[in-house]
Ligand binder design. Sequence first.
Ligand code: ATP
Length: 626
Amino acid sequence: MAPPSGSTSTDESTPSAWTPKTSSSIAKATNNNGAPTKLTKAAPAATSSSMDSASMRAKVASSTTTLPKAKLHVNSPIFKPSNLSSGSVKAESINAPEFVPKHSHESSAGNMYGDVRLMQPFAAPMQANMVNSMNNLQGNFSQFGINDMSMGGSMQSTYYGDGAVNNYYYQGSGAMMHQPLQYHLYNTPLPHVSNLLPHQKTIHGFFISDTLREELHRKNEMVLQTVNAQDYGLPEELHEYHSLYPLDMTQEKSTEVFGYQSSVYKCMCSVDGKTYALRRIEGFRLTNELAMQTIEGWRRIKHANIVSIREAFTSKAFGDHSLIFVYDYHPCSKTLYDVHFGPQAQLASQVLVGAPKSTDPVIQERILWSYLIQLTSALKKIHSAGLAARLIDPTKILVTGKNRLRMNCCGIMDMITFDTAPNIGHLQQDDILNLGQLMMTLACKSLTATHNISKSIDYIAQHYTQDMKNMILFLMSQPVPMKTVDQIISMLGPRILQEINDVQNANDVLESDLGRELENGRLARLLMKFGFINERPEFDMDPAWSETGDRYIIKLFRDYVFHQVDEAGLPVLDVAHVLTCLNKLDAGVDEKIVLMSRDELSCLIVSYREIKACIESAFRDLSKSK
Ligand SMILES: Nc1ncnc2c1ncn2[C@@H]1O[C@H](COP(=O)(O)OP(=O)(O)OP(=O)(O)O)[C@@H](O)[C@H]1O
């Protein structure tokens, strides 16, 4: 039987340095017939061939033995919303409190903490609280903005009212059920389990931070959002793009920036399968074909603070003459206007009314410098390419991450005003002036700050350093004869170093988060290999394939890792033991362990290195059969 197509990827988990070892070197226990004895009992790790009676306490649960139920289970820590609509949530399906792994191999019954001192006083109240809160969830997901838990149905989006996660991207698989992501269920460690000793860890310590996880989930979910094109009067297809999803939900469309109404849609490209943002300039009839060439210069610009443009074309698919620009899509981004002047920002400043003066809702100076450095960097790139941004406006600057800015809509003005042939030098001077105006607007947190410049400068002098005031004055001053971006860069000087330091620190944090997930991926691939090999019903015309030879050792090892029971016959649910064993297996260490047959009549002493060789050889057998 051929393994699933994904099987080759699991092979990556095994470093090439791993030397396969024949199972003949393993001290196999045999019965009178010389056949391997079926083992029903496994002992914990041992480093010598002598069987320590204390180490034999942990037994593998025989498949035929009915065991009493453990008090705590980890069998279903993942919340399954589909069950909630119909039945009640069972306590044992959610009793996944924090677990604190420890290094010892000994575990008490049903103790996921590995440290009895931590677990015993808190387990019961934690369970009760979780059961209560989960019961409250039944049939009432409105608090999370989710009404329908199936992929096929329309979902009340957390972000945009009418969004639906649908099957459009899975064409031909209409029956596919899909659960919305449950990112809201991740919580921080509770205070009573947070005060851990230095060697102790909560389960959160093994995975990426909750905020980052939630942010990434939300972005992924946003990428998959679609609407029914007919409901929104949108074309099903536009050039090589489909699945249009309106990003601008406001009814009133302003003509202030471009002189034309514009709309933005998320869409998917049928050529490369990627998601893009389409900007439609409505009612624009392109009279000069040469104008299209202006986009070429912009297509060559790749910069961390500029939204890249892919192409531009005209279309009548909306029922009018539209000019369409295709940009990179940055999920869940907001405009700088939304962040600092939108309804949410205003709400936040209202909450602060009456608060002490020190909590004045001005934007922190550190953030303002960061904004200025990023926008200056973008301008440097644009001006060096002989172009001008022409749109330094809070509604046309995207915030795509924490304090991360990207200039949006680049190239549109060049095409729209092609016939007027403006002087590029003047436009670049305008860019610097507009940058100054933007900084003044942000520093005063007022969209009308530039109407009364002297008053605004006084305000800035009161709230920010002299350097900030001088910088804004420079940006807004008359060019004598010309100001350049290089002058701004030299004035920014040491602040650029500070910015680089901050960026690299943030990068270190992300890299360490990535490292944690890397371990999980490694273990997941190892578990997949186990799954392919263990209990395989029929392979190579041999129904006993998975029960004999190297595979038998793998099966006993699986029992050793997952199916141990304590002296009272209760399952040992020690996640730390599982992680330790799997990591040692993946590394192929020389440490030896004792595997015991299920009938407890014989035992094997094998090293992790040998077990790893067995897995590799069994998996190779399966791969070869493809
Ligand atoms: N490239 C993009 N990637 C992701 N989202 C984008 C992109 N471009 C725009 N958006 C989103 O689309 C929404 C509307 O953008 P738009 O530029 O129209 O802002 P606006 O404030 O509505 O401006 P205007 O008043 O000119 O229409 C914003 O929320 C913005 O975050």
